[in-house]
Design a protein around this ligand. Sequence first.
Ligand code: HEM
Length: 508
Amino acid sequence: DRPPGVQSRKGIVAVTPAYALVGNLPWIVSIIRQRTRILDEVYRLQNEQAPGGKPFTLTFPALGGRVTVINNPAYLQYIQKTNFDNFPKGPDQRRIMCDVLGIHGIFASDGAIWLKQRKLATHIFSFNNFRTHVQSTVVREVHTLDALLQDASHKQAPVNLPDTMFRFTLNSFAWMAFDADVDCLPSRVEGLAVPNEFASSFDYAQMVMDHRIFALLPKWSEWFTREGYHMRKSLRTLNRYCYRIIDSRLARREKLGAGNATDKAGKDLLELFMDRGLTREELLPVILNFLIAGRDTTAQSLAWLFFELWKSPQYIDKIRQSLVPLLGAPGEQRPMQFDEIKELPLLQACFYEAVRLWPAVPKNLKRVVQDDIIRPTGEHAAEGLPDVDVRGGETVLWSDWCMARMPEVWGADCCEFRPERFLETGSDGSLRVAEFSQFKFHSFNAGPRMCLGKTLATYEGMAVTAAILGRYDVLFDDHTMRTNPPTYGDSLTLPCSPYYVRFRPIAT
Ligand code: HEM
């Protein structure tokens, strides 16, 4: 029952219904019209049409398109390690991201351009930089957060938790990477009412980029749509904001000399890129690429973690108990230091379990350069998984969000928040965090393009959680959480919808 024009490939499920020439195009039309979220749809197709973690394809013959979904660590190992060069980001991703993140930014670029940026950026994550910039910034921002929560608890004011996490990570990352004060984490609760124009513009731009993945109309049609109008407005705000950061640094460099433009001991990210002679215009996408990496991912993970902790409050008590020997009595705890990551395995396991279930990059795609056979590779190559035949010019897609919910990958309890899966007992009887292969715990990506900020995110996420749980009771509005639970929005990343909590200092 294969419609004309849809080529069948051995072992790969072709999604139905598909029609002559247009293939699965009606599927796209229906998800756009019904506003169904792509992740939900991919998950539904995986379960209903390709159970057992099998690969499946969506075809669009008249458009020359074919997207093969490979939700399996064994396939990811092949495309991200074994034959990495044959699966670049490709022109489609650049088309989707170019006006926001630039075609030469680290997220959209490939080959030599990408490698040059990757090498340069790796410096910022070197150990010395961690000690000097990251820890001091996180500790200082944790103090501001504490002042804010004290004020909120004193005034019994509800606080939008996802928004506060965004403010924390944006403020911290701008300090760490650009030595810039973006002034969006207030120490008084009234400050939260001031909308953050940069954040809302950035969120809008990400939503539009996400819509472009399956857009039916060409990109130029955005000149005539409402969404396109708002996108251009958002871009102007983003550019203005970033140029302020760039121009103020350029002025300082001119006045004080290149080596003395910041008070920091080492060079920060902006300084490293400026030293390479990048122009003002070339620096713009650098800032936006790193802000998306440094702000959204960690903030979203924290918002999802607290949502999971609301559902499983037993872990709040356990985390608190584990903090006491290291950070002090409840209510009087000091901020966590970078070196202490390993000493708080339960807290790290809870953070990773939230990152597993709610991966900040929930879906991703790559372009196939030359015809290839994706062979199940490595420790996850289960019996019965077919080879996947792909042709040059096609697309492969996977979703870490779906994989987190697939028993073939994480076992029967895959959908549960169960931090214990990240814990093991060492030979000396101590608890430690279990290591999974990059391809299975894939939320931080894998292979040569693995996330550069994993350790930074882990420290920041743990330090914020410790600062909150060590000093405050978090009072969720159970009724609202049950009747209108937080959910994710359409975006390149996985934003959590707003939910409000109150804080009460732990009695000492
Ligand atoms: C829980 C937090 C985080 C998660 C889940 C996460 C996840 C990811 C993922 C999935 C990618 C691959 C994206 C792609 O290729 O399309 C990535 C890349 C990257 N991440 Fe993260 N990330 C996190 C935090 C951070 C932080 C705090 C930074 C700091 C700047 C960072 C920096 C980067 C960079 C620079 C890349 C690009 C790597 C490359 O293409 O070579 N990430 N991250």
